[in-house]
Design a protein around this ligand. Structure first.
Ligand SMILES: N[C@@H](CCC(=O)N[C@@H](CS)C(=O)NCC(=O)O)C(=O)O
Length: 215
């Protein structure tokens, strides 16, 4: 059995892992779970990943890994080239801090189950839910823009001229922002990095609309 990515076309955590697999040049099959239909709550999926969230990566021996950042770090350790993290500890920590600002601080409060809870349990209006999403993106993106704009390590990507973990997380968040019409003009540095990602097939192929099971 080759690598199998259990995921959903629109899921931004899934976009991250698809981009990492593509950048590493790894071949993988894809199984889709329609989140709207709660297919990620099915017994079949929960057996694979008791955390009940996509993505999950099934390895050749059947082992299943959850959590996109853990999956990407596993890929980095087992398939080091091309590297997604700098070689020295200080710069690795820098790139992880950028990645986690998105994956741990922006994404979790804007995840589907949170937005559904606001809407369905708290009866918050659709406009207010959109405002919620944009607010938390802005809270995270404003400091990221500041951190990156003058950083001398930045090149075409967050760190130098090759894409890495921080670009992967930024790219996935940017792709997700399109659905909520977030005003990106305030973040020219982040936008430029996103535009550079879009030049690479590894990122383009990871976009929701290019997923084989896109709706
Ligand atoms: N921290 C997890 C987040 C995974 C996650 O939240 N996935 C979303 C899709 S992007 C999901 O499965 N949502 C289902 C739900 O909210 O019910 C990761 O990085 O993999």
């Amino acid at each position: 059995m080759s690598l199998v990515l259990h995921n959903f076309f629109r899921s931004s955590a899934s976009v991250r892992v698809r981009a990492a697999l593509n950048l590493k040049g790894l071949v993988y099959e894809q199984v889709s779970y329609v989140l709207r239909d709660k297919q990620h709550h099915s017994e079949a999926f929960l057996t694979l990943n008791p955390q009940g969230l996509v993505p999950a990566l099934q390895l050749a021996d059947g082992t299943v890994l959850g959590q996109s950042l853990a999956i990407i770090e596993y890929l980095e350790e087992t398939q080091p080239e091309p590297a997604l993290l700098p070689s020295d500890p200080l710069n690795r920590a820098w790139i992880r801090s950028l990645a986690q600002a998105i994956a741990c601080d922006i994404h979790p409060v804007n995840n589907l189950r949170i937005l559904q809870y606001l809407d369905q349990a708290l009866s918050i209006s659709e406009d207010e839910v959109i405002e919620w999403f944009r607010h938390w993106v802005d809270q995270g993106f404003a400091p990221l823009e500041q951190q990156l704009v003058d950083d001398t390590r930045r090149g075409e990507f967050c760190y130098g001229d090759a894409p890495g973990l921080a670009d992967i997380c930024l790219f996935a968040q940017m792709a997700n922002n399109r659905r909520f019409d977030v005003d990106m003009s305030r973040y020219p540095t982040l936008q430029a990095i996103y535009a550079n990602c879009l030049q690479l097939p590894a990122f383009v192929d990871a976009l929701p609309e290019n997923h084989p099971h896109a709706e």
